[in-house]
Ligand binder design. Structure first.
Ligand SMILES: [Zn+2]
Length: 399
């Protein structure tokens, strides 16, 4: 496959700081046209439409995954990077609609950028403060409209604990999402007198490098809440949880384990999962950064397959996957290549979105630029609720 992919790009695709978002998008589009026979937007002949479109139907479920931690095209969709995302390329993208140009015009910090995806407004608070978003979250719009209480967030990063509930006066705690922080559950179990060594779990407890400062020591109330979640919602004994956690390689694997357990037991209608392993790049270890991308690729396929095999989700669930943002280009002055996302260059701002599910066209790519803040109004349109304070626009190709 690598051979054939490479032949699509006769010229160097070394993405430099001078590349425009449309040029970055071009690489993805050319790849799909050549390799997958994927139709481009505007010429959607042959692009299949999944049956049973559920637009506006409240029984629809939606899972939003951030392919998070900042992944560049150079290690994903550029020819030399495609070996890192085999499941996206071969399995998922042919089944969905793929947007090649998602331009992030906001702050490139993981918490504030993910909060912006959740509110549909570029939030402007300090990324390093665990603040509630200023604008209502998609969870609050959904719950206030539907009267349901089944919006959840699973967030590996310890700094994301306030992402589910905004500070907006008209919304807030009565309508927010319940946030699960898998690392904190693990910490609570390890601190509960279990006779296991925390050293065996350190690789699951490491946190991202540029997220809000948080209190590393849980309060008794927080710990009790985590243990309640584990037993009552996730239906896991501490012994089984600890035993399974020991078999996992990373925080993202732990989060996906928790996500699948939540899906099985509670089947929430609106779910946000934020992945973070990729952000190990800040430590400067390129191989670990690639491991994080390969793991995210595999975990996204696992989530899609979990949806298909679960009667509560199958046939009525939209899956949206997008990175929070990219990383600096190798040639960016003021940057250090893949390691950080400081320069705000095109490669750090231009990402992609993949949508799969009922009513979503299969085998279609869309080149026009969209923005991460467009996700919230689109979720509202798909699930049948208004999102009045968002600054984004609905993505018409998904409706
Ligand atoms: Zn980062």
């Amino acid at each position: 496959m690598q051979q054939a992919i490479g032949s699509v790009f006769p010229v160097s695709t070394d993405l430099r700081s001078t590349e425009s978002p449309s040029a970055i998008s071009f690489y993805r589009r050319e790849f799909f046209k050549a390799m997958c026979g994927v139709a481009a937007s505007g010429t959607i002949f042959g692009a299949g439409l999944r049956p049973a479109g559920l637009s506006g139907n409240r029984s629809q479920k939606l899972i939003l995954v951030t392919f998070g931690g900042g992944a560049r095209d150079s290690e994903t969709f550029a020819p030399e990077g495609q070996r890192n995302i085999p499941r996206l390329l071969a399995e998922l993208i042919p089944q969905g609609t793929f947007f090649t140009q998602v331009v992030n015009r906001g702050i490139l910090g993981h918490y504030v950028a993910t909060a912006s995806i959740a509110t549909g407004v570029y939030e402007s608070f300090n990324n390093f403060v665990a603040a509630a978003p200023d604008n209502p979250t998609v969870f609050e719009y959904y719950r206030r409209s539907s009267g349901r209480n089944d919006a959840w967030v699973i967030a590996p990063s310890n700094g994301f604990q306030r992402i589910g509930i905004s500070a907006h006066k008209g919304y807030g705690p009565d309508f927010g999402a319940t946030v699960i922080q898998p690392k904190q559950i693990l910490s609570s179990v390890l601190g509960n007198g279990k006779t296991v060594s925390a050293i065996d779990y350190e690789h699951l407890l490491q946190d991202s490098y540029d997220t809000p400062v948080y209190q590393s020591r849980l309060t008794q109330q927080e710990s009790d809440f985590n243990l309640h979640l584990l037993a009552s919602i996730l239906k896991l004994s501490m012994e089984n949880f600890i035993a399974h956690a020991r078999t996992l390689n990373s925080a993202d694997e732990l989060s996906v384990f928790i996500t699948r357990q939540l899906m099985r037991n509670l089947a929430p209608s609106l779910l946000l999962l934020t992945l973070h392993d990729i952000d190990v790049a800040h430590a400067g270890a390129y191989s670990l950064y690639l491991d994080g991308i390969q793991r995210a690729d595999r975990l996204c396929a696992l989530i899609w397959n979990s949806i298909q095999s679960d009667p509560e989700y199958s046939g009525r669930t939209t899956l949206l996957i997008l990175p929070d943002f990219g990383r600096d280009a190798d040639g960016d002055s003021g940057g250090n290549g893949f390691q950080h996302h400081r320069t705000g260059g095109p490669l750090a701002r231009t990402t992609w979105l993949l949508a799969l599910g009922p009513g979503i066209r299969e085998n279609l790519t869309v080149d026009r630029p969209i923005e991460p803040i467009d996700v919230v109004p689109t979720i509202g349109a798909l699930m049948g609720f208004d999102t009045p304070l968002t600054r984004g626009r609905t993505i018409s190709e998904l409706l």
